[in-house]
Design a protein around this ligand. Structure first.
Ligand SMILES: NC(=O)c1ccc[n+]([C@@H]2O[C@H](COP(=O)([O-])OP(=O)(O)OC[C@H]3O[C@@H](n4cnc5c(N)ncnc54)[C@H](OP(=O)(O)O)[C@@H]3O)[C@@H](O)[C@H]2O)c1
Length: 315
Protein backbone atom coordinates (compact mmCIF):
# COMPACT_ATOMS: atom_id res chain seq x y z
CA UNK A 1 0.00 0.00 0.00
CA UNK A 2 1.25 3.47 -0.81
CA UNK A 3 2.63 5.28 2.22
CA UNK A 4 1.69 8.62 0.82
CA UNK A 5 -1.63 9.74 2.14
CA UNK A 6 -2.71 7.14 4.66
CA UNK A 7 -5.45 8.29 7.01
CA UNK A 8 -3.31 7.29 9.98
CA UNK A 9 0.42 7.47 9.79
CA UNK A 10 2.64 5.20 11.80
CA UNK A 11 3.43 8.23 13.98
CA UNK A 12 -0.29 8.85 14.53
CA UNK A 13 -0.74 5.21 15.45
CA UNK A 14 2.03 5.47 18.05
CA UNK A 15 0.30 8.52 19.57
CA UNK A 16 -3.04 6.75 19.41
CA UNK A 17 -1.78 3.62 21.11
CA UNK A 18 -0.17 5.79 23.81
CA UNK A 19 -3.53 7.40 24.52
CA UNK A 20 -5.66 4.41 23.69
CA UNK A 21 -6.32 3.66 27.34
CA UNK A 22 -8.07 6.99 27.77
CA UNK A 23 -9.59 7.46 24.31
CA UNK A 24 -10.79 3.98 23.53
CA UNK A 25 -11.91 3.09 27.03
CA UNK A 26 -14.35 5.97 26.70
CA UNK A 27 -15.50 4.61 23.35
CA UNK A 28 -14.41 7.96 21.96
CA UNK A 29 -12.42 6.81 18.98
CA UNK A 30 -13.47 9.50 16.51
CA UNK A 31 -12.81 12.42 18.85
CA UNK A 32 -9.48 10.90 19.80
CA UNK A 33 -8.52 10.33 16.20
CA UNK A 34 -9.55 13.84 15.26
CA UNK A 35 -7.45 15.38 18.03
CA UNK A 36 -4.46 13.35 17.04
CA UNK A 37 -4.79 14.55 13.44
CA UNK A 38 -5.41 18.20 14.23
CA UNK A 39 -2.67 18.43 16.84
CA UNK A 40 -0.73 21.69 16.59
CA UNK A 41 2.31 22.15 14.42
CA UNK A 42 5.72 22.49 16.04
CA UNK A 43 6.91 26.09 16.08
CA UNK A 44 10.26 27.84 16.43
CA UNK A 45 10.93 31.38 17.62
CA UNK A 46 12.07 34.32 15.52
CA UNK A 47 15.18 35.30 17.52
CA UNK A 48 14.68 39.07 17.22
CA UNK A 49 11.18 39.02 18.73
CA UNK A 50 10.44 35.64 20.26
CA UNK A 51 7.32 35.33 18.06
CA UNK A 52 6.83 31.70 17.10
CA UNK A 53 6.25 30.38 13.60
CA UNK A 54 5.10 26.91 12.49
CA UNK A 55 8.02 24.98 11.01
CA UNK A 56 6.45 24.67 7.55
CA UNK A 57 5.05 27.46 5.37
CA UNK A 58 4.43 27.67 1.64
CA UNK A 59 6.27 29.10 -1.35
CA UNK A 60 4.46 30.63 -4.31
CA UNK A 61 7.04 30.86 -7.12
CA UNK A 62 5.92 29.51 -10.51
CA UNK A 63 2.72 27.68 -9.49
CA UNK A 64 0.93 30.86 -8.29
CA UNK A 65 1.80 32.66 -11.52
CA UNK A 66 -1.67 32.14 -12.98
CA UNK A 67 -4.35 34.27 -14.58
CA UNK A 68 -7.56 35.68 -13.20
CA UNK A 69 -10.00 32.85 -13.92
CA UNK A 70 -11.72 31.25 -10.96
CA UNK A 71 -10.84 27.86 -12.41
CA UNK A 72 -7.07 28.51 -12.37
CA UNK A 73 -7.20 30.06 -8.92
CA UNK A 74 -9.52 27.55 -7.22
CA UNK A 75 -6.86 25.02 -6.07
CA UNK A 76 -4.65 27.86 -4.83
CA UNK A 77 -7.57 29.38 -2.94
CA UNK A 78 -8.18 26.06 -1.26
CA UNK A 79 -4.52 25.87 -0.19
CA UNK A 80 -4.52 29.43 1.21
CA UNK A 81 -7.77 28.78 3.06
CA UNK A 82 -6.63 25.49 4.56
CA UNK A 83 -3.14 26.69 5.53
CA UNK A 84 -4.17 28.43 8.79
CA UNK A 85 -6.98 25.95 9.41
CA UNK A 86 -4.31 23.25 9.59
CA UNK A 87 -2.13 25.35 11.89
CA UNK A 88 0.17 26.84 9.22
CA UNK A 89 0.89 30.53 8.83
CA UNK A 90 3.71 31.68 6.57
CA UNK A 91 3.37 32.46 2.84
CA UNK A 92 6.44 33.51 0.87
CA UNK A 93 5.93 35.46 -2.35
CA UNK A 94 7.63 38.16 -4.44
CA UNK A 95 6.78 40.83 -7.00
CA UNK A 96 9.07 39.03 -9.45
CA UNK A 97 7.04 35.79 -9.42
CA UNK A 98 4.82 36.87 -12.31
CA UNK A 99 1.27 37.26 -10.98
CA UNK A 100 1.90 35.26 -7.77
CA UNK A 101 1.87 38.23 -5.39
CA UNK A 102 -1.37 39.48 -6.96
CA UNK A 103 -2.94 36.04 -6.75
CA UNK A 104 -2.00 35.71 -3.07
CA UNK A 105 -3.30 39.21 -2.31
CA UNK A 106 -6.62 38.70 -4.09
CA UNK A 107 -7.27 35.25 -2.69
CA UNK A 108 -6.39 36.18 0.91
CA UNK A 109 -8.71 39.19 0.64
CA UNK A 110 -11.50 37.01 -0.78
CA UNK A 111 -11.04 34.32 1.88
CA UNK A 112 -10.76 36.96 4.61
CA UNK A 113 -7.98 35.25 6.60
CA UNK A 114 -5.24 37.91 6.44
CA UNK A 115 -5.02 38.15 10.23
CA UNK A 116 -4.19 34.44 10.50
CA UNK A 117 -1.27 34.61 8.09
CA UNK A 118 2.35 35.73 8.10
CA UNK A 119 3.01 37.21 4.65
CA UNK A 120 6.59 37.50 3.46
CA UNK A 121 7.39 39.25 0.21
CA UNK A 122 10.52 40.70 -1.40
CA UNK A 123 11.90 43.70 -3.22
CA UNK A 124 14.25 43.35 -6.18
CA UNK A 125 15.23 46.65 -7.73
CA UNK A 126 18.72 48.09 -8.09
CA UNK A 127 17.47 51.64 -8.27
CA UNK A 128 16.19 53.05 -4.99
CA UNK A 129 13.23 54.94 -6.48
CA UNK A 130 12.16 51.78 -8.30
CA UNK A 131 12.56 49.76 -5.10
CA UNK A 132 10.37 52.17 -3.13
CA UNK A 133 7.74 51.99 -5.86
CA UNK A 134 7.82 48.20 -5.86
CA UNK A 135 7.40 48.11 -2.06
CA UNK A 136 4.41 50.46 -2.18
CA UNK A 137 2.88 48.33 -4.91
CA UNK A 138 3.23 45.25 -2.68
CA UNK A 139 1.03 46.89 -0.04
CA UNK A 140 -1.62 47.57 -2.68
CA UNK A 141 -1.35 44.20 -4.38
CA UNK A 142 -1.49 42.33 -1.08
CA UNK A 143 -4.42 44.49 0.09
CA UNK A 144 -2.78 45.03 3.45
CA UNK A 145 -1.50 47.98 5.46
CA UNK A 146 1.09 45.83 7.23
CA UNK A 147 3.46 43.36 5.63
CA UNK A 148 5.01 40.87 8.02
CA UNK A 149 8.37 40.52 6.29
CA UNK A 150 10.05 42.18 3.31
CA UNK A 151 13.27 40.61 2.08
CA UNK A 152 15.87 42.15 -0.20
CA UNK A 153 15.65 39.61 -3.02
CA UNK A 154 18.98 38.03 -3.94
CA UNK A 155 20.94 40.98 -2.46
CA UNK A 156 19.74 43.30 -5.26
CA UNK A 157 20.11 46.96 -4.24
CA UNK A 158 21.02 45.87 -0.70
CA UNK A 159 22.92 48.95 0.53
CA UNK A 160 20.22 51.40 -0.55
CA UNK A 161 17.15 49.30 0.19
CA UNK A 162 17.98 47.95 3.66
CA UNK A 163 17.85 51.41 5.32
CA UNK A 164 14.44 52.00 3.72
CA UNK A 165 13.13 48.70 5.06
CA UNK A 166 14.47 49.54 8.52
CA UNK A 167 12.68 52.92 8.45
CA UNK A 168 9.47 51.18 7.44
CA UNK A 169 9.88 48.74 10.30
CA UNK A 170 10.42 51.61 12.74
CA UNK A 171 7.27 53.25 11.37
CA UNK A 172 5.32 50.03 11.96
CA UNK A 173 4.50 49.37 8.30
CA UNK A 174 6.49 46.15 8.13
CA UNK A 175 7.24 43.84 11.03
CA UNK A 176 10.52 42.23 9.99
CA UNK A 177 13.42 42.85 7.61
CA UNK A 178 15.32 40.16 5.74
CA UNK A 179 17.58 39.29 2.80
CA UNK A 180 17.32 36.27 0.50
CA UNK A 181 19.50 34.21 -1.80
CA UNK A 182 19.12 30.90 -3.57
CA UNK A 183 22.48 30.60 -5.27
CA UNK A 184 25.81 29.28 -4.03
CA UNK A 185 27.48 31.88 -6.24
CA UNK A 186 26.17 34.57 -3.86
CA UNK A 187 27.18 32.83 -0.64
CA UNK A 188 30.49 34.67 -0.13
CA UNK A 189 28.76 38.07 -0.42
CA UNK A 190 25.82 36.80 1.59
CA UNK A 191 28.06 35.74 4.46
CA UNK A 192 29.88 39.10 4.44
CA UNK A 193 26.50 40.81 4.56
CA UNK A 194 25.33 38.63 7.45
CA UNK A 195 28.46 39.46 9.43
CA UNK A 196 27.77 43.19 9.44
CA UNK A 197 24.03 43.70 9.05
CA UNK A 198 21.45 43.25 11.77
CA UNK A 199 18.57 41.31 10.24
CA UNK A 200 15.45 39.64 11.53
CA UNK A 201 15.48 37.00 8.78
CA UNK A 202 17.63 35.46 6.12
CA UNK A 203 16.28 33.18 3.40
CA UNK A 204 18.55 30.62 1.76
CA UNK A 205 18.35 27.44 -0.32
CA UNK A 206 19.11 24.28 1.62
CA UNK A 207 18.06 20.76 0.70
CA UNK A 208 19.21 17.20 0.31
CA UNK A 209 20.89 18.19 -2.96
CA UNK A 210 22.20 21.61 -1.79
CA UNK A 211 23.84 21.19 1.59
CA UNK A 212 26.38 24.02 1.54
CA UNK A 213 24.26 26.45 3.58
CA UNK A 214 24.77 24.19 6.61
CA UNK A 215 28.53 24.88 6.58
CA UNK A 216 28.67 28.63 7.27
CA UNK A 217 25.34 30.34 6.66
CA UNK A 218 23.11 28.43 9.08
CA UNK A 219 25.59 28.51 12.01
CA UNK A 220 26.18 32.22 11.37
CA UNK A 221 22.44 32.90 11.41
CA UNK A 222 22.26 31.21 14.78
CA UNK A 223 25.18 33.20 16.16
CA UNK A 224 23.80 36.46 14.82
CA UNK A 225 20.23 35.82 16.05
CA UNK A 226 18.60 35.68 12.61
CA UNK A 227 15.56 33.61 11.74
CA UNK A 228 16.02 31.36 8.69
CA UNK A 229 13.52 30.62 5.92
CA UNK A 230 14.64 27.75 3.69
CA UNK A 231 13.76 28.00 0.01
CA UNK A 232 13.97 25.30 -2.68
CA UNK A 233 13.67 22.52 -0.05
CA UNK A 234 12.80 20.00 -2.77
CA UNK A 235 15.29 21.41 -5.29
CA UNK A 236 12.27 22.23 -7.46
CA UNK A 237 11.12 18.61 -7.26
CA UNK A 238 14.41 16.95 -8.22
CA UNK A 239 14.70 15.06 -4.93
CA UNK A 240 11.46 13.20 -5.66
CA UNK A 241 12.76 12.03 -9.02
CA UNK A 242 15.78 10.45 -7.37
CA UNK A 243 13.63 8.80 -4.67
CA UNK A 244 11.43 7.36 -7.40
CA UNK A 245 8.53 5.16 -6.33
CA UNK A 246 10.43 3.28 -3.64
CA UNK A 247 9.15 3.43 -0.06
CA UNK A 248 10.97 5.49 2.56
CA UNK A 249 13.32 3.27 4.57
CA UNK A 250 11.85 1.59 7.66
CA UNK A 251 14.30 3.30 10.04
CA UNK A 252 12.94 6.70 8.90
CA UNK A 253 9.32 5.84 9.64
CA UNK A 254 9.40 7.38 13.11
CA UNK A 255 10.10 10.73 11.47
CA UNK A 256 8.29 10.68 8.15
CA UNK A 257 5.41 8.94 6.40
CA UNK A 258 6.27 10.23 2.94
CA UNK A 259 9.27 11.34 0.93
CA UNK A 260 8.09 14.92 1.26
CA UNK A 261 8.27 14.71 5.05
CA UNK A 262 11.59 12.88 4.84
CA UNK A 263 13.14 15.70 2.80
CA UNK A 264 11.62 18.49 4.92
CA UNK A 265 12.63 16.88 8.20
CA UNK A 266 16.14 16.46 6.85
CA UNK A 267 16.21 20.29 6.68
CA UNK A 268 14.36 20.86 9.95
CA UNK A 269 16.88 18.64 11.75
CA UNK A 270 19.09 21.72 11.66
CA UNK A 271 18.01 23.83 14.65
CA UNK A 272 19.01 27.10 12.92
CA UNK A 273 16.12 26.64 10.49
CA UNK A 274 12.98 28.53 11.54
CA UNK A 275 10.64 27.57 8.69
CA UNK A 276 10.82 25.75 5.35
CA UNK A 277 8.76 27.06 2.43
CA UNK A 278 8.12 24.29 -0.11
CA UNK A 279 6.30 25.39 -3.27
CA UNK A 280 2.76 24.28 -2.42
CA UNK A 281 -0.10 24.66 -4.88
CA UNK A 282 -2.09 21.50 -4.18
CA UNK A 283 -4.07 20.58 -1.11
CA UNK A 284 -2.59 17.08 -0.94
CA UNK A 285 0.90 18.60 -0.89
CA UNK A 286 -0.15 21.10 1.79
CA UNK A 287 -1.37 18.32 4.05
CA UNK A 288 1.72 16.25 3.35
CA UNK A 289 4.18 19.11 3.88
CA UNK A 290 2.59 20.31 7.11
CA UNK A 291 3.01 16.78 8.41
CA UNK A 292 6.74 17.52 8.62
CA UNK A 293 5.95 20.02 11.41
CA UNK A 294 4.70 17.22 13.64
CA UNK A 295 6.38 14.44 15.57
CA UNK A 296 10.03 13.90 16.40
CA UNK A 297 12.76 15.72 14.50
CA UNK A 298 15.86 13.83 13.36
CA UNK A 299 19.02 14.48 15.33
CA UNK A 300 22.40 15.02 13.65
CA UNK A 301 23.09 11.27 13.44
CA UNK A 302 19.76 10.56 11.74
CA UNK A 303 20.25 13.53 9.44
CA UNK A 304 23.60 12.02 8.38
CA UNK A 305 21.91 8.67 7.81
CA UNK A 306 19.32 10.38 5.59
CA UNK A 307 22.13 11.85 3.49
CA UNK A 308 23.88 8.50 3.19
CA UNK A 309 20.66 6.79 2.15
CA UNK A 310 19.90 9.44 -0.47
CA UNK A 311 23.45 9.46 -1.82
CA UNK A 312 23.33 5.69 -2.33
CA UNK A 313 20.22 5.89 -4.51
CA UNK A 314 20.80 5.50 -8.23
CA UNK A 315 20.88 8.98 -9.81
N1 LIG B 1 16.01 33.77 -4.04
C1 LIG B 1 14.84 33.58 -3.45
O1 LIG B 1 14.42 34.39 -2.62
C2 LIG B 1 14.04 32.35 -3.78
C3 LIG B 1 14.47 31.51 -4.83
C4 LIG B 1 13.73 30.37 -5.11
C5 LIG B 1 12.59 30.07 -4.37
N2 LIG B 1 12.17 30.91 -3.37
C6 LIG B 1 10.97 30.60 -2.57
O2 LIG B 1 11.05 29.24 -2.16
C7 LIG B 1 9.87 28.55 -2.53
C8 LIG B 1 10.14 27.09 -2.79
O3 LIG B 1 10.85 26.89 -3.98
P1 LIG B 1 10.20 26.22 -5.28
O4 LIG B 1 8.72 26.29 -5.14
O5 LIG B 1 10.78 26.85 -6.47
O6 LIG B 1 10.76 24.74 -5.23
P2 LIG B 1 10.63 23.53 -4.15
O7 LIG B 1 9.85 23.94 -2.99
O8 LIG B 1 12.01 23.01 -3.95
O9 LIG B 1 9.87 22.43 -5.00
C9 LIG B 1 8.54 22.63 -5.41
C10 LIG B 1 8.12 21.38 -6.20
O10 LIG B 1 7.89 20.31 -5.31
C11 LIG B 1 6.66 19.70 -5.60
N3 LIG B 1 6.03 19.36 -4.30
C12 LIG B 1 5.66 20.20 -3.31
N4 LIG B 1 5.21 19.50 -2.24
C13 LIG B 1 5.29 18.18 -2.59
C14 LIG B 1 4.98 16.96 -1.92
N5 LIG B 1 4.53 16.97 -0.65
N6 LIG B 1 5.18 15.78 -2.56
C15 LIG B 1 5.65 15.77 -3.83
N7 LIG B 1 5.98 16.89 -4.52
C16 LIG B 1 5.81 18.08 -3.89
C17 LIG B 1 5.84 20.69 -6.40
O11 LIG B 1 5.14 19.95 -7.37
P3 LIG B 1 4.09 20.55 -8.42
O12 LIG B 1 4.93 21.17 -9.47
O13 LIG B 1 3.35 19.34 -8.88
O14 LIG B 1 3.22 21.55 -7.68
C18 LIG B 1 6.87 21.61 -6.99
O15 LIG B 1 7.19 21.23 -8.31
C19 LIG B 1 9.38 29.32 -3.75
O16 LIG B 1 8.03 29.01 -4.05
C20 LIG B 1 9.65 30.73 -3.33
O17 LIG B 1 8.62 31.21 -2.48
C21 LIG B 1 12.90 32.04 -3.06
Amino acid sequence: MSRKFNLFSRRDMLKISAGAGAGLALGNWSVFAQNSQSSGLIQRAIPSSGERLPLVGIGTARRYNVGTSAEERAPLKEVLKRLPELGGKLIDTAPSYGTAETVVGDLVRDIGNRDRLFIATKVRKQDLADAKKEIEQSFEILHTDKIDLIQVHNLVGLDDVLPVLREMKAAGRIRYVGVSTSSGRQYADFIKMMEIEDLDFIQVNYSMTSRTAAERILPLARDRGMAVLVNLPYSRGRVFQRAGDRAIPDWAADYADTWGQFFLKYILANPAVTCVIPGTAKIKYLEDNLGAARGPMPDAAIQKRMEQFYDALPS
